[in-house]
Unconditional design. Sequence first.
Length: 308
Amino acid sequence: MIYTCTINPSIDYTMYLSELNPGALNRVNRVHYYPGGKGINVSRMLKRLGIDNIALGFSGGFTGEFIKHFLNEEGIETDFIETNETTRINVKIKSDLETELNGPGPDITHEQQCRLLNKLNHLSEKDWFVLARSLPNHISHDFYQSIAQTCKEKGAKFILDTSGANLKSLIKTKPFLMKPNGEELGEIFDIAISNQNEAIFYAKKLIERGVTYVIVSLGSKGAVLVTKKQTFIAEAPNGNVINTVGSGDSLVAGFIASFLKTEDPKEAFRYGVASGSATAFSSDLSTKEQVEKILPQIKIQTYVEGDE
């Protein structure tokens, strides 16, 4: 089974209007409500690609109930820990200028953290565990280390797609897959990634530290996959980018969905890039049909040292 974990989920309340006038009454043209959080996005995209999974994390109040109901309606099983506070709402205003108002997340108690860790005791080598989203600072590094260590002990494939100070400390747990973007990769090594070659160079350093696969997403510059023996490059396909939210999460979901069937990292990378690109060209997460349509456009090249 595949498990995704979203520590700090949200309802993403997106409002569309032609122009935002601060301090005045604004009439909204249309709105969308979606459950937010990188782990939740991975769960939703996996289900759209035909892969069953279970969404873990923390939720509370009427907003938490909305998230669970929404995911259940999409056929996704949930197993959230109830919090004492209401799950946050993030407001995203789409107008001539984009504005975001992100609500504060609830405090996760030590007892609630332990309840989540206990759920991982039944993991096995057949399972995958995806830890995604930024990790709240009020939770100690030990909690995330415990998650990673449990996955390692149980033989489960640990997927790490996050950012912040906790990311550096989790590298030593040797995840099966890491998917930083260029900025996040640069933060790990305290440098600025400015091109594809630099991304490959520093991704290889993560491989040297024991990570099995590293995918670096580079936006319009495509993406790279680095393994112990080979490096692959994917160019970004042509298309009208509508919304990049969830694109990276879709890439992770596509990689997992393909790898489950083929165990071929190159083909999984190709399918992941198609999934991420299809979502970028959609107003919400893409469908399997959209992914399959764009897949022929995804060309994967093998990188040779010294290539420019």
